[in-house]
Design a binder for this molecule. Structure first.
Ligand SMILES: Cc1cc2nc3c(=O)[nH]c(=O)nc-3n(C[C@H](O)[C@H](O)[C@H](O)COP(=O)(O)OP(=O)(O)OC[C@H]3O[C@@H](n4cnc5c(N)ncnc54)[C@H](O)[C@@H]3O)c2cc1C
Length: 473
């Protein structure tokens, strides 16, 4: 089998590794370094940036733990300097190093890499236009028994809000900043906006959030969003709610957001985080008759196959759930299916994700809101972290553990954790949800004492008693 993969993000490179492992001859066409937007622009850079912001947690809590810094008697937070050029250099270096590691792995697996932009020109053919001047290379035609499209997504743009990379920024422009903005106006209150707001608030910027609904993170667990709103407020973030941006313009060296209701918000910088759109420009979908949704995403079935049987699609370009783990899962599933392996459709009911605010919000499976909307019966238990010994010692009491179980069986259907390292703490709940363990089974697995994870065990125990009558079976 020859497989041609267009796009080298997690959807593409993870598929390439699986296909090569199963003996296929694999070519990956990508227009930038391997790892795609995920590694070069989105997940890895934003989380590296946030790691620098996390240093402030230590500074903030140190005095209350009895550790003082010289020259700052009595100060809650010591005087500090944020060296943004160094932070941004670290972000870039780390992203490039990660991309290089992935490239080594993929090359070691025997995959051929072609740098350029791919376009589908037949059910079994891709034409590649080399990037840049291509070193004198002309377009190359690649033939494959199957094609996988994993071209990802780009930041959504507004015609009335043209970004200039200096004052009006997209999420990818953030990394050009060399000074902490004096006043950053963030338009769009989803995960990306909340993460950048977290970082720049910590770096000392004044941050204003322009939110189209009545709360930030409108698609997230409401209790979780409220914790983050509260933390943001305590740290001085200003939120303008029920406010839709109609236009954003640069006036001199400042950015002005014009709201639909006539109000304006001005800042030294404006960051647009209004979502992502599937990247399908020039991909040849129409000519090939590959079916797309109204919003442009490629339609796929349960094994990631498009309406053309020899062509699969994975990741953000399918707009299912825009997450690196989902992209990788779809890519692997596509290759298992193509190469004759037993394959089960992705478990959409057990996907876990994290918003790396501070504290973080990690969720898995069914949410309380979704259960209410769809009429799925669930029992819910929520345990605040404030009573957790480890949280008290660390002086990090904000957050909670929430578990959802099906009545009768007690099977864990979902959960949410709001805590400093929620991205890691969600792991046992994710495993329970995926493997359909009961609240009682989850509660019986040992957890370290004292630990934040102890709250998961305690919450599971309370839920098991309520739903199953006891936590002992
Ligand atoms: C700011 C931000 C932070 C995020 N953080 C997280 C996170 O922490 N965790 C998480 O799970 N998800 C996160 N996401 C989402 C995550 O980045 C995406 O879900 C993931 O990158 C999707 O992977 P992919 O393989 O579909 O596409 P991508 O990673 O976008 O890779 C696609 C690649 O294909 C290339 N390409 C496009 N068209 C062509 C073509 N015609 N020919 C050749 N190459 C082409 C693109 O340039 C790109 O390199 C974040 C997103 C954003 C915007």
């Amino acid at each position: 089998m020859r497989v041609v993969i267009v796009g080298g993000g997690p959807g593409g490179y993870e598929a390439a590794l699986v296909a090569a492992d199963l003996g296929a001859e694999v070519t990956v066409v990508n227009d930038e370094g391997l790892g795609g937007h995920c590694v070069l622009w989105d997940c890895v850079p934003s989380k590296t940036l946030l790691t620098s912001a996390q240093a402030f947690n230590t500074l903030e809590t140190a005095p209350s733990l009895g550790v003082h810094f010289e020259g700052m008697p009595g100060q809650q937070v010591p005087r500090y300097e944020v060296d943004l050029p160094t932070i941004m250099r670290r972000v870039r270096d780390l992203a490039l190093a990660q991309s290089e590691d992935i490239t080594k792995r993929v090359l070691a697996a025997g995959v051929r890499l072609v740098l350029g932009r791919g376009r589908v020109v037949g059910p079994n053919a891709v034409e590649v236009r080399p990037s840049g001047d291509g070193g004198g290379r002309g377009p190359e035609r690649l033939e494959g028994d199957a094609i996988l499209l994993a071209t990802g997504s780009d930041p959504r743009r507004m015609d009335t809000a043209p970004t200039d990379g200096e004052v009006i920024l997209s999420s990818q422009d953030v990394y050009r900043l060399r000074q902490v903005p004096e006043h950053l106006v963030v338009v769009g209150a989803g995960a990306t906006g909340a993460e950048y707001a977290t970082a720049f608030l910590r770096f000392g910027a004044r941050v204003t959030f322009v939110v189209s609904r009545d709360r930030i993170l409108p698609t997230q667990d409401e209790d979780a969003a409220l914790v983050i709103e509260d933390v943001f407020e305590r740290r001085g973030l200003e939120t303008i709610k029920n406010a839709r941006a109609a236009k954003v313009e640069r006036v001199g060296d400042r950015g002005v957001v014009h709201l639909e209701d006539g109000r304006t918000v001005e800042g030294s910088h404006v960051l647009l985080t209004i979502g992502q759109v599937p990247q399908t420009t020039g991909l040849g979908l129409e000519e090939m008759g590959i079916q797309t949704h109204d919003h442009g995403a490629i339609v796929v079935d349960g094994v990631s196959r498009t309406s053309v049987p020899s062509i699969y699609a994975a990741g953000d370009v399918t707009s299912k759930l825009m997450l690196a783990s989902v992209a990788a899962g779809q890519g692997r599933t596509a290759m298992w299916h193509l190469l004759g392996q037993a394959v089960a459709p992705l478990r959409w009911d057990a996907v876990s994700a994290t918003i790396f605010t501070d504290p973080q919000i990690a969720t898995v499976g069914l949410s309380e809101q979704r259960a209410a909307e769809t009429g799925i019966e669930v029992e819910v238990d929520t345990l605040p972290l404030a009573g957790n010994a480890r949280a008290k010692m660390s002086n990090r009491p904000d957050g909670f553990v929430k578990l959802l179980a099906r009545p009768g069986s007690g099977t864990i259907a979902g959960g949410a954790v709001v805590a400093s390292y929620a991205s890691d703490l969600i792991a046992p709940i994710s495993a329970a949800c995926f493997n359909r363990l009961t609240a009682s089974q989850l509660s019986q697995a040992f957890q370290t004492y004292p630990s934040f994870a102890g709250s998961i065990q305690e919450c599971a125990r309370r839920l098991a008693v309520r739903v199953q009558g006891s936590y002992r079976y």
